[in-house]
Design a binder for this molecule. Structure first.
Ligand SMILES: [Mg+2]
Length: 391
């Protein structure tokens, strides 16, 4: 089999109607890079990379006239990675990963104008497309290829964002709505307000939902180390399943390790890890118990399998960030898989609600994967036409 064409499509949604604040910043426009790898057999692999939230690479830019243009990872795929992969066998994912990764040694030369994050994000989308081809060629869902441990995985909802005028009662009602939808695990944002106010927020949700509901807390790198330790200890009596990215970006390994050593709450991190070496440091020096490596942001499935192997030796569980339609296969396929993240609110995450004509089902806090080859989902061509810009 040979790769004959690679499409890169930057999908960009309008800004959300409401502002959704995490600790230090609001969620911006949601964007997603879609890659379609075509082959001489007619098989087409679909890959995707998560566009929002990256510190600087992105997948699009808005020009002075307000038009959306492909940028960053979208153009790296079209102009750098595609020429490197045309004619290659798409089933050789390890060799092709190494070939693409080598471009990171001197990105200013290999991909002028862009840096390693853009290359790693472009690689993520392509690698995910190669796994789709592998599944389609084998006529198997990807989770079966990865290990086939199960076809249903637990999932949680991320919510509790800060919004203007949102009261404590509104927060509790939001969480009760998730419970009514069948969820039994919620991750709340903290760190945008003072410690006492956050403690009151989390305590109110815990009291409303009862002792058996799983509650996780996500700081999005909002604290210094002393504050993180203080908050962790205050939250301990509230039975918190994990505390996520509690420490500022500049001390996200050693400082995180100090927090992990100071609290009984398991520490989670990894959505900002670029590769296996970042992941190794988070495990060995950051003291994490929950690894959240995001295959759709950096490196793809091929890289995450190496990270999953490390997790398995260190009693660290895999709970990937975002994009459950892909990460669900990893969590389902591997015994180290713990849970996936979901965003049922259409305004917060239009990807889940608009991008697919066929997608896995979420019911009672469980995501059931499709018994179809590859990832199993189908993209909505109308959404691609409406929101997409081809690089
Ligand atoms: Mg997070």
């Amino acid at each position: 089999m040979k790769i004959t064409e690679i499409e890169a499509i930057a999908l960009v949604w309008p800004p959300p109607e409401k502002q959704y604040w995490t600790a230090l910043r609001p969620i911006g426009r949601v964007s997603e890079l879609i890659v379609r790898v075509h082959t001489d057999t007619g098989l087409v692999g679909i890959g995707e990379a998560h566009g929002a939230g990256m510190p600087f690479p992105g997948i699009y830019k808005q020009d002075g006239a307000g038009n959306i243009q492909p940028e960053g990872a979208s153009r790296v795929v079209a102009e750098v990675l595609k020429p490197a992969l045309l004619g290659e066998d798409p089933l050789d994912n390890e060799r092709l990963w190494d070939k693409m990764f080598a471009l990171n040694h001197y990105p200013g030369w290999a991909a002028p104008g862009w840096g390693r994050p853009q290359i790693m994000t472009g690689m993520a989308a392509i690698d995910i497309a190669l796994w789709d081809i592998k599944g389609k060629a084998a006529n198997m869902p990807v989770y079966k290829l990865l290990g086939g441990t199960r076809n249903t995985v637990p999932c949680y909802v991320t919510g509790g964002y800060y919004q203007d005028g949102k009261t404590l009662a509104d927060l509790v009602q939001e969480c009760e709505t998730y419970a009514d939808m069948g969820y039994d695990a919620i991750k709340l944002k903290i760190g945008h307000v003072g410690v006492e106010e956050d403690l009151e927020r989390v305590r109110s949700v815990r009291e409303a939902l009862g002792p058996d509901f799983d509650l996780m807390l996500d700081v999005n790198e909002g604290y210094d180390v002393p504050t993180a330790i203080r908050v962790a200890r205050l939250m301990e009596p509230l039975n918190i399943r994990w505390l996520e990215e509690p420490v500022h970006w500049y001390d996200r390994v050693e400082g995180l390790g100090q927090v992990a050593a100071s609290t009984s709450i398991p520490i989670a991190s990894g959505e900002n890890a670029a590769h296996r070496w970042d992941a190794r440091d988070l495990i060995h020096r950051g003291g994490i118990k929950i690894m959240q490596f995001d295959c759709t942001r950096s490196g793809g499935i091929t890289e995450c399998l190496k990270i999953a192997g490390m997790c398995a030796t260190q009693n660290v569980r895999l709970a990937p960030h975002h994009d459950p339609q892909v990460h669900g296969h990893l969590v389902a396929g591997l015994p180290v898989g713990e849970i996936v993240e979901t965003f049922p609110e259409a305004d917060r995450d239009p990807v889940w609600n608009e991008l697919f004509t066929i997608r896995p089902e979420i019911k009672n806090s469980q995501l059931t994967l499709l018994d179809r080859p590859g990832w199993g989902f189908e993209l909505d061509e109308q959404t691609l036409e409406r929101r997409g810009v081809w690089a």
